[in-house]
Structure formats: C-alpha cells, structure tokens
Design a protein around this ligand. Structure first.
Ligand SMILES: Cc1cc2nc3c(=O)[nH]c(=O)nc-3n(C[C@H](O)[C@H](O)[C@H](O)COP(=O)(O)O)c2cc1C
Length: 391
C-alpha cells in the first residue's frame, strides 16, 4: 500500500508496522500491562451513537473552531509524544511542521529528540509545551522561562506519570533508551533497511531537548538516566500553586480521569484539562476516557477548556467527543502512525483523513459547525452528558 491508498488511520498503522522494527512499532502501539485500558479506549466508542439528521441544508459548513482564543482549522491538537526521532528522522520537526500546515496546535514533549531552538524554527504559531515535573524546581523554572521565550504559550503538565507504566511489550522486546543492540534487535533492524539506514544517517535518537535544558549528563551516565532520576513522584495538588505562579501562559493539566480531579484542577487555577489515560500506557484497568468525558464535562460546566485523548483513530471518534461536550481532541498514536509511515507527508495524510471524516460526520448529523454538533447523540451514557447545540 502506498500513502495515497491509505484510507484510514488503521491503514497508516499497518504501513507503520511494516516500516518499523517490531521493538519500535511496539513502543508506539503498546500499552501498560495486559493493555485492557488501551482496548477499552477503542471499544467504548461503540457505545456512543451519533444521530443522523437529513433534510438540513449543510451545503455551507465548517469544521473550524477556536482553542484558547486562537482559530484552529479543526478542533484537534497533535499531542506530546517522546522519542519521535526514533520513528522518523527529525520526527519532532515533521510533526511540528505538519501541525503548522494544518493550522492546529503542536505540543512539544519534554522527552523530544530535538532541541528547543530547532523545533521552534519548524513550529507554527500554535505551539504548546508539555512538562514532566522534575525534582529540581530551579531546573523547571529555567526550563519554563526558555520555553515561554520561544513562543510556547500553553503548558500541559502531565500528571498520570508519578511512575512510568509497565509496558510488557517493551520488556519482552528489550526496548530501552539508548537502544540496546541485542542480536534479536539487530536482526529486527536488518529486515527493516529503510528505517535502519535513516537512523544511521540521522544518528541514534537522544533526549536532546532535556539535555539542552539540563546540560550534558555526568561521566558514565546517559541523559535518559538523568531524566529518570529527575522525574518527581512527590508533586501534589498543593505544589501546583508553585507552578501556576511561575507560568505566565495558559496552564493545562493532562491526565485528568475523574470529575473530582477536574474540579481540583480548576480550583488550582488550571485554564484547561486533557481528559487522558495516556492511551492506556500508564495505569492498566481504568475506564476509557470517552466513558469519563460526559461526567467531567458536566462537573466542569463550561468553566474551563476540555480536551480529551486516548484511543482516537477517526473523525467519527472526534465527532463523538465533540457531541459529548469536549472542546477538542488531542492525538497520540494516530499521527505517529502517519509519521512512521511517511514522515511529514504521512502526518499530513493522517490529519487529512481525520478532518475529512469529521466534516462528513458533521454533515450527516445535520450540523454546519462544531457548535451545532454538540449533543447530536442518539443514546447518552448518562443523563448529564452534554451542553446542547448552540450553547
Ligand atoms: C509513543 C508515545 C510517546 C508518548 N510520550 C508522551 C510524552 O512524552 N508526554 C506525554 O504527556 N504523553 C506522552 N504520550 C501520551 C500521549 O500524549 C497521549 O496521551 C496518548 O498517546 C493518547 O492515546 P492514543 O495514542 O491512543 O491517542 C505518548 C504516547 C505515545 C504513543
């Protein structure tokens, strides 16, 4: 299959599977434990039913929307993912450029494989930054100062990673950073020559952004060791005040998975939330985010921007989240499959598929705008699910 034949995100996933060594594909595709949450994230979409609505003039319509007062071509964000340079050379730049071309925000991860200056040259005006809280607050402060000066005006603090998830596929494959070249991994790479040659040319992916800010690792340690040692497991809701007072831009909390947490985030001064279970990569055994979404939307009651991620693979999925009251959807694997399949072109293709599917979903529901799509559901999971059309 070539890129133009790829009709869906599943097709791009299949292309990515063929391009990448198994250990790298499994790093993207895999999740924590038995991957029950990751499966639930997908299955739960089947329980949300949109309402078709004909005999409505939808000849003029737009999927355009706004996030934090900025226009977006459709209510979608390329979310933060680490190690992008392992999926395609300069993967962070390819994702940032594609987001800029598609006129949607790009979230740069703390675990990016390119440094801040380089990514910033490729990123468009809608540039956001994702933070993993570190033990050294001085380091975080310096980090945030530079990020803000580079034009990133929305910060997403990821809060579902007090420890990292146990990803069984990575353990079985011996996937670590820096790569450990076991005989099995070497053979795996040898049968994926395109990936191997491109990695030889671009160099082994490293946590360059973190190195850029934290400095070179001490003798005998890798930058991954330093980052692992720095990650904080003790940051609490009380400490959030410290971050709020130091970040001048919009603050979002990523990894919200209950109405209680959503309200705590608002009380702590957050401007937005990402309802997320990290794509099932952290705690296995949780509900899917699309199941939590209606209750969270009801609890928030319009007080803050609500984005959702985890399991989104089509414009129909995105339409369901909008219908349930989300302001937008953040993407993880969907655009990574595109990246691994064909670099920047593959990411753009993934975004085109999602946008066109969302546009069609909206039209078939008889909605001419994202606002009108709200509430276009046949069966609601709970009585308090949505803001109604026109709210
Ligand atoms: C390969 C990979 C790397 C990720 N790295 C990060 C990261 O550095 N920071 C973060 O907050 N989330 C990270 N995530 C989680 C995503 O931001 C997002 O929450 C998740 O992928 C959504 O699920 P989905 O992939 O099913 O859409 C990563 C996800 C993947 C698949």
């Amino acid at each position: 299959m070539n890129l133009q034949q790829a009709a869906s995100i599943s097709d791009l996933r299949e292309m990515a599977r063929q391009q990448l060594p198994k250990m790298v594909f499994d790093y993207i595709d895999g999740a924590a434990g038995e991957e029950i949450t990751a499966k639930r994230n997908r299955e739960a979409f089947n329980d949300v039913h949109l309402t078709p609505n004909g005999l409505v003039d939808v000849s003029t319509r737009s999927v355009g929307s706004q996030l934090f007062g900025s226009k977006v071509a459709f209510p979608v964000v390329i979310g933060p993912t680490g190690l992008n340079g392992a999926f395609w050379p300069d993967g962070d730049l390819a994702l940032a450029r594609a987001a800029a071309l598609a006129e949607i925000p790009f979230v740069l991860s703390t675990a990016a494989t390119a440094n801040l200056d380089t990514v910033s040259q490729s990123a468009g005006p809608l540039r956001w930054f994702q933070l993993y809280m570190m033990k050294d607050r001085g380091l975080v402060e310096a980090f945030l100062q530079r990020v803000f000066e580079h034009g990133y005006d929305v910060l997403q603090l990821t809060v579902d990673t007090s420890v990292s998830g146990r990803r069984n596929r990575d353990i079985r494959n011996g996937f670590t950073l820096p790569f450990r070249w076991t005989m099995k991994n070497l053979m795996d790479s040898a049968v994926h020559p395109r990936w191997s040659f491109s990695m030889l040319r671009s160099g082994v992916p490293m946590l360059r952004l973190f190195e850029d800010i934290a400095g070179a690792p001490p003798q005998g340690a890798t930058i991954s060791d330093v980052m692992q040692q720095q990650l904080s497991s003790s940051f609490t809701w009380i400490d959030l005040g410290w971050l709020r007072s130091r970040w001048k831009g919009k603050l979002m909390i990523k990894g919200i998975s209950s109405p209680t947490q959503a309200c705590q985030a608002i009380d702590a001064g957050a401007d937005g939330l990402v309802v997320s279970n990290h794509g099932g990569r952290q705690l296995d055994g949780t509900r899917s985010t699309i199941e939590w979404l209606p209750e969270i939307v009801a609890a928030v009651d319009g007080r803050t921007t609500v984005l959702v991620d985890s399991g989104f693979r089509s414009g129909i999925d995105i339409g369901k989240a909008i219908a349930l009251g989300a302001d937008g959807v953040q993407l993880g694997r969907a655009t990574l499959y595109g990246l691994a399949a064909a670099g920047e072109k593959g990411v753009l293709h993934a975004l085109d598929i999602l946008k066109s599917e969302l546009d069609r979903t909206m039209a078939l529901c008889g909605a001419r705008s994202i606002i009108e799509l709200r509430g276009r559901l046949e069966k609601l999971n709970s009585p308090s699910t949505t803001r109604s059309a026109g709210d």
